[in-house]
Design a protein around this ligand. Structure first.
Ligand code: NAP
Length: 297
């Protein structure tokens, strides 16, 4: 068997097109503020592409770029100002923050109605309670990719490896919302390989390059690879690197029915879901009806 490659780029482009269509029907242009502290090159690349895609979706983008030595109090003041600003609909804190700043204290200052990353306590609480709210972007992207292969997840055995607040834990809850039977595995899970082999849908969010091998996968399973790991690539030249997922793509594709590659799978979905959340946040806060094109997802 050779697995289908789940085309995250194409699915994300469709979501972004829906967002752009939705924006055209709104009474005003939603605005997304992106806050970046420091000069981590990868973070700058992510922020640049978020800014570009926000504009392409017809929304206003506000960038706040601060130096690495910004004091926590200064950052909190900036975030509080964005939270108060009636013209701002979404606030995205680009993580990680420099070590001297507490991510928890900064995120606590994001107005939950503008929490397009779904990372505040209010958003996490709504997810646990099953109440409507803004959901974390990467896990929503994982569910969308899984549903592109299996639209009805009812009763599916889903194994999520990784229990981070950013990915694993919310992913498990979102699959539960889809009536899947969910196992949340982590570094203390016994016999992880056997646990994974029970999965109809296997989500790897670990941060360990190519840890999940083909013999961990049930024949015919759907595999969603969240991992993005930079590894040395001497074949490209001295000091060069390449990105790989948490799944060993070559052996996994011999066994799975479908697999999302990394890069090119979950990554593009994260940005698309961020844009989608910005429209949903604008509608909720401004009392607009959610455009039909987004209401179903
Ligand atoms: P994280 O906070 O480091 O969490 C990793 C999780 O994996 C932890 O729960 C940890 O378990 C578990 N784990 C570590 N080693 C393990 C092992 N040997 N066996 C089983 N479980 C193990 O990472 P994260 O933020 O969730 O990110 C995970 C990966 O997704 C990373 O590669 C990251 O770059 C990628 N990512 C991609 C996107 C995207 O948009 N594509 C977005 C976010 C993250 P314990 O809790 O027991 O320590």
């Amino acid at each position: 068997m050779t697995a289908r490659s789940i085309d995250g780029k194409a699915i994300a482009a469709r979501v972004r097109a829906e967002v752009a269509a939705a924006v055209k029907t709104l009474h005003a242009q939603p605005a997304l503020a992106v806050v970046l502290v420091g000069d981590d090159p990868a973070s700058h690349v992510y922020v640049n592409s978020k800014v570009k895609m926000t504009a392409e979706a017809g929304m206003r983008s506000v960038e706040v770029r601060l130096p690495a030595d910004t004091a926590e109090a200064e950052l909190i003041a900036r975030v509080e100002a964005l939270s108060r600003d009636p013209e701002i609909d979404g606030i995205l804190m680009q993580l990680p923050l420099p070590k001297h700043i507490s991510e928890a204290r900064v995120l606590a200052c994001v107005d939950p109605l503008k929490d397009v990353d779904g990372l505040t306590e209010a958003s996490a609480g709504k997810l646990v309670l099953g109440k409507p709210g803004l959901r974390p972007c990467t896990p929503v992207g994982c569910v969308m990719l899984a549903k592109s292969e299996r639209p009805d997840l009812t009763g599916a055995n889903v194994v999520v490896i990784g229990r981070s607040i950013l990915v694993g834990k919310p992913a498990a809850l979102l699959f539960l919302e889809q009536n899947a039977t969910v196992t949340l595995a982590h570094s203390k899970t016994r016999d992880l390989k056997m646990v994974c082999r029970g999965a109809d849908i296997l989500v790897a969010a670990v941060g360990r390059p190519e840890m999940v091998r083909g013999d961990w996968i049930r024949p015919g399973a759907i595999v969603i690879d969240v991992g993005t790991n930079r590894v040395p690539a001497p074949e490209k030249g001295e000091g060069k690197t390449r990105l790989v997922g948490d799944v060993d793509f070559a052996s996994a594709k011999q066994v799975a029915a479908a697999i999302s590659p990394s890069p090119g799978g979950v990554g593009p979905m994260t940005i698309a879901c961020l844009l989608r959340n910005t429209v949903l946040a604008a509608c909720e806060r401004r009392g607009w009806a959610v455009p039909e094109v987004l209401a179903a997802g």
